[in-house]
Design a protein around this ligand. Sequence first.
Ligand code: TRP
Length: 340
Amino acid sequence: MTTKKRVFSGIQPSGNIHLGNYLGAVKNWVAGQDEKENFFCVVDLHSITVPQDPVELRFQTRALAAMLLAAGIDPKKSTLFVQSHVTVHAEGCWLLNCVTPLGWLQRMTQFKDKSAKQASVGVGLLDYPVLQAADILLYDAHEVPVGEDQKQHVELARDIAQRFNHIYEEEFFIIPEPKIPPTGARLMGLDDPTAKMSKSLAHVRGHAVRLLDDPKEIMRSFKKAVTDSGNEIRFSDDPEKAGVNNLLGIYKAVTGKSNADVEADFANARGYGDLKVGVAEVVIDFLAPLQARYQALMDDPAELDRILAIGAEQAAAVSQPKLREMKEMMGLVLPVSGNR
Ligand code: TRP
């Protein structure tokens, strides 16, 4: 029996993972692998709530899994799996749908934003947070590391859990806590240092450093980074110096140095040009081994599939019995054979 706290993280296989995602989230996940029992789920069922190109989605799902492994998610310590491989997520979602008031879903900020942008809104988009609740609750997860934008969905998962517990059995579901990473590691756009580095803008040239960018591209993005008209290389919260502050922040996050040491490294710089090249160089060196591991996994699909199959089995070993208990409580007749 493990006494470690359980953590459930869901990551959408859409968009391009960038350095901000890595430093703000993935790095913490990698570091927390010994301390807690982690489930990392590539949430492909969530991605299809808005239109997807099937070929692209299939590629991105495998690419994200490979990227997480390359970044240091260790399948011997953590469970990494693809959501649609463990069918109880969709089934659990159905059961939870039946205790979730429609009004709760209509109030979700993300639903309102996304549905306003779609010509035709699928039911799946409305149901998205219930699927997310199923992801979390089926694993008895205590903690859910998410960005600020997902806090409302984790709160909804808490409400659904409480409602289910109240109707069927007190304390059946663990009430999960959202864990928002400290904003210290927040990277800003290189082209606009007043706005957060964003996954949905990661395709825009010069906005983000994507984890798979080649050295030339990285150098180009940094060279074009927005700074100010001065020449002082120091940390600062002056909005005027947001660009320089962001570059120093990236250097600091990648090297792990203190503010004073970071500033000392640029004490002899001749201007922002030197700063940009210096930051680009540490980022390039930092990403090179990760990119090599990623490529090796993408070149060996059988190995990647094997890892994901083991992950799906481990995930199902936890979530299937939980689903079975839910069904039993709700009055469904369980089949006599099989473990479902
Ligand atoms: N909705 C989350 C996002 O867009 C992804 C997600 C799906 C998730 N299921 C989850 C996150 C469960 C945490 C836990 O980022």
